[in-house]
Each structure stands twice: as C-alpha cells, then as structure tokens.
Design a binder for this molecule. Structure first.
Ligand code: IFM
Length: 461
C-alpha cells in the first residue's frame, strides 16, 4: 500500500555532515580538527582512508544541491565545520568559512530547499582537544561562542539550527571506547564529556536566543528502541541500563532538567554530577524542536553465566559493560544494525512524553548496504529502497497516531566517509565514485524522487 500523503508542511529532507563530505581540509583557512588527527593513527580507520577529499562537496556543493532539488527534497541538513569558522577553536574568526556556508544556504534557497544547519557534527578544532577537549568545561564555553557568532553571521539565511549531533557518540565513542576521535579511553569520565557537550548546547541556545534572528533551535539525539530479550528480571535490568545510558541520559537533562539517578549510580559518578546541578537549568533551555537520528532497535539481555566483561577492554557503556545485545534473527543492514521501522514511533514517543507538543524531526534515517555497481554504472539497491519505504511508512504511522512528528531527513544524500569504517560503508542514495567524484543516483534516489512526487500530489489533493 502506498504511504499516505503527510501534511503539506511536512519536511522531507536529506542530510550530510561536514567532515564526511567536504574534503578541502586545508583550504581557505580551515584549521585542523580531531578527525584530521585521528584518521592518521594507525588502525583507527578500518580501510585506512580519511576525509581529506571525501566527496569534494566543498567545490561541488552547487551541483549537489541542484541534484537534491531534482529529486524533490525540500530541505537540506548540513553541518558547519567549527574549524572552518574558528580555526583555533577560540579567537580569530575565518570569514572564508562563513562565506562558504552562506553560499550553501543561498544555493538551497535558489532551489526552493530550506537549509538546516548543525553546528557540531564531531569535528572539534584540534587545539581545543589539546587543551582537554570535551573533558573540560572551557570547551562548552568555546562552543557557545562559536555557535553564537555563526548564528549571528548566518541567521539571515538559515532559520533552522541544530546545536549538537548525537552527543552520545561524541562522548562515549570519542572518550569511552575510543573508536571515534579523539580516541580517548577514560572509562566513566566519558560521562563528564557528555555533560560538557550538553552544557555547551545549553549555553549556545542561550546565546543564540539573544540575537535578533527568529530562528528555531533544537538538538539532535541518537535514540534507540530498546527491549529486553525475555520476560526475566535480569533482562529487564539489562534493558533499563541500555535505555538509561543510550536514551534517558540525554533526553532527561535536555528535556526535564535532571539526570537519571540510576545511570549515575551504575557508572559511579553521582558525586561529580551532584556538584554540577547548577548547570541543569542551562542544559534544559527550552527548545523549538527535537531532532532524532533513528536507525535501529536494541534487544538486550543479561550476560549468561561466564560472560564476564574484560575490564581491560575499553567500554562505551560505563557501568553497564555487561549488557549483551542479542541477535533476533531480524534482517540487518551492512552495519549489522537490525531493521526495525516501528522503532520510529517508540523514539518519537520518548520525546513527546517528556515535552508534549514539541515538534520532532527524524534528522537522520537510512542504511548502509553492500552496493553493487552494474556494468552500465547503475546501482540497483533494492534493499535500501525497501528500508526507506518501511521507515517513511513508519513516519506516516507516527503522524496518524497523533505523535508530533513534523519531518524526516534521509541519511545520506551522498556516499561518504563513514568515520571508523572509512569509505567501506555506503549510506548514500547517490553513489560517489571516490576516484572520479562522479555522482550516480542509485535506485533508492529515484525511489525517493517518485515517493516525494506522490507526497506532493497527495498533499495537494
Ligand atoms: O554517518 C553517521 C552520521 O555521521 C551520524 N549518524 C549515524 C550515521 C551512520 O553511522
């Protein structure tokens, strides 16, 4: 059955992130970021690639945005590279960086596409990491200053602003197990990094609100549908921990102004967090919307006897190292992530129950598959088409259920540099040949064009 048309003002966008697509890392005054450094560490990136060139979007953005328009998207979510704007993290501002993002926004407007800017999608200026990174509160202040000046400079061409993308990843992959930049492994102190990220978010919202621009401001969290593998009390406990660290630890401070006590206790960090309660009203600054990146469901269990976690293995789950993710046998993407479209309703409900009526956007959703290129150059990615069909249908179900879902952004427009997996995982609905930089719309891109045309017709009927 075709997906029913969603309201005419439903946002149908596509998303990218600066380091993953821009390339041009040494051009026009951009400073080094933690990802420039991290990708040079032996073994950090599975295929040894880096973002030096990526999709060369820095030079090809105009054609890329024109292609987006041809496919029918009405919004483009991109991220702004902090080291292009403030190359050293604090201090001198690089006008060429601001000019680049103004060109992106203006090109979007020329094509009837609404620009959505994310201020932090993981590319921290390296000098700030050298000074302690997200483990120190000064980085939160530096982020707020950068956010405010960028918003001040571009608020006339960009109305929708997202402070942070997925602070769980920045904190727990960056400082917990170290599989992301900066590659630190500091145990439960990674939660301090999470706190400083959220503090930076709150300070940024305060400062951005003080400008004359009537922007809408939100944050993007990666949330998971979580369920216990069985009815046992032990599996329910595993689900509490997984939901606690993955979802509630971010949702509660941002939307309710408090950290979940059980998660602080699991990680043994009550004292440190107890000394920072004054930050909570800042972190809980009122938002105009909440963005959710939704990809998958976690089915979790308590460890079987003998499944002890090895304390010498750095963990991204401080205090909950022994929670086991169970393979349910459901279809998975090339990332090994279970395909569970109805989880969209679960995660939107998590926001709605904490802050009823606040608009929610799925700011990322998509899938990596092992794309095959036919001799004629085409990519018949039927599995990705199916994934997108199921998840856009779930959006329609969420709206029909009365949940405050107002938009959806497909991840990603282009194949791109997938962090620790380098170029070995492709999420794009448009293929990129990294050698020639040629773009080829995959079958999923054409599927989206037809789907969006149907939406437009349906919403006009
Ligand atoms: O590529 C990433 C993106 O940068 C953040 N969200 C998840 C995507 C897929 O892993």
């Amino acid at each position: 059955m075709p997906t029913p048309a969603l309201p005419a003002d439903f946002v149908w966008g596509t998303a990218t992130a600066s380091y993953q697509i821009e390339g041009a890392v040494a051009e026009d005054g951009r400073g080094p970021s933690i990802w420039d450094t991290f990708t040079r560490l032996p073994g950090a990136i599975s295929d040894g690639t880096n973002g030096d060139r990526a999709d060369d979007h820095y030079h090809r953005y105009a054609d890329d945005i024109a292609l987006m328009a041809r496919l029918g998207f009405n919004a483009y979510r991109f991220s702004i590279a902090w080291p292009r704007i403030v190359p050293a993290g604090t201090g001198e501002v690089n006008q060429a960086g601001l000019d680049f993002y103004r060109r992106i926004a203006e090109t979007c407007h020329e094509h009837g596409i609404t620009p959505w800017a994310t201020l932090y999608h993981w590319d921290l200026p390296q000098p700030l990491e050298d000074a302690g990174g997200w483990l120190v509160p000064e980085t939160a202040q530096a982020f707020a200053d950068y956010a405010a000046l960028t918003h001040e400079a571009l608020g006339d061409v960009v109305e929708h602003w997202i402070t942070l993308n997925e602070p769980w990843c920045s904190a727990l992959l960056g400082y917990g197990n170290g599989v992301h930049a900066p590659g630190k492994q500091v145990g439960s102190d990674a939660l301090k990094a999470a706190h400083h990220l959220l503090l930076g978010h709150g300070l940024a919202v305060q400062k951005m609100r003080a400008s004359g621009h009537g922007s809408t401001i939100g944050i993007t969290l990666n949330l998971y549908s979580v369920r216990p593998a069985s009815d046992s009390a032990a599996d329910a406990e595993a689900a509490r921990r997984s939901d606690g660290l993955g979802n509630r630890f971010f949702l509660d401070p941002v939307l309710l102004g408090s950290y979940p006590r059980d998660v602080l206790a699991d990680a043994g960090v009550q004292e440190w967090f107890g000394e920072r309660t004054d930050d909570l009203p800042v972190i809980a600054a009122p938002l105009d919307f909440v963005g959710i990146n939704y990809y998958s469901r976690h089915t979790v269990a308590a460890p079987e006897d003998g499944q002890f976690s090895d304390p010498s293995v750095p963990s991204a789950s401080p205090g909950s190292e022994r929670v086991v993710n169970v393979d349910t046998g459901a279809p998975k993407t090339f990332m090994g992530w279970e395909v569970h479209p109805d989880g969209i309703l679960d995660v939107v409900a998590m926001v709605a129950e904490r802050t009823p009526g606040t608009p929610v956007y799925i700011t990322e959703n998509g899938a990596a598959y092992d794309d095959q290129v036919a001799p004629d150059g085409s990519v018949d990615d039927e599995d990705r088409c199916h994934y997108l069909e199921l998840h856009t249908q779930a959006c329609a179900d969420a709206v029909a259920a009365g949940l405050p879902l107002r938009g959806y952004f497909a991840w990603s427009f282009l194949d791109n540099f997938e962090w620790a997996f380098g170029e070995s995982r492709r999420f794009g609905i448009v293929r990129v040949d990294y050698e020639t930089q040629e773009r080829t719309v995959k079958r999923s891109g054409w599927w989206f064009r037809d789907f969006l045309a149907g939406q437009q017709q349906g919403s006009q009927a």
